[in-house]
Write a protein that binds this ligand. Sequence first.
Ligand SMILES: [Zn+2]
Ligand SMILES: [Zn+2]
Length: 176
Amino acid sequence: MRVFVSNIPEEGIKLNTREPLLIEGVTLAGPVTVSLNVQKVGSRVIVSGGFSCSVEKLQCGYCLEFFTAAIESDFYVECQPVTAIDMEEGEHELCASDLDVAFYENDEIDLTELVREQVLLGIPMNPVCSRSCKGLCPVCGVNRNKQNCDCSTAAVDSRFKVLMKLKGEKNGEPNK
Ligand SMILES: [Zn+2]
Ligand SMILES: [Zn+2]
């Protein structure tokens, strides 16, 4: 999905599509449903819309089980042309905290790449399989969503809790 900026009509472009996206480190269950609204404002292009998709093989930070999650999000991205000045001085601009600004070159915007970035942003950094996830027993380590144990969690050594937390955080990272 590419658009040429000079071809965007005054009334803009509306797109509803299902894109089979390939994203490194992410397992998608199927194509990503995308709705896009592309508007030209001077040399800037506003791309707004939303997407929904199903992401497989996310690992829960509490119980360490893999699960599939439906992810949807709206976005609003302002695309600005890259100029020669930007190339020289704009390095700090590119990594500015404003995530809603993107850049385009040669009159062309790659909407697929834009959606890919939005999907990546939409995937939680520390996924949790369910709001009611009971996690692992800090004493015996069983998955308390699946199994009950008789451990008394009141007696847990606090240092062990810290270890469990670290382990959870490490495993919450996206899979390579
Ligand atoms: Zn869980
Ligand atoms: Zn236990």
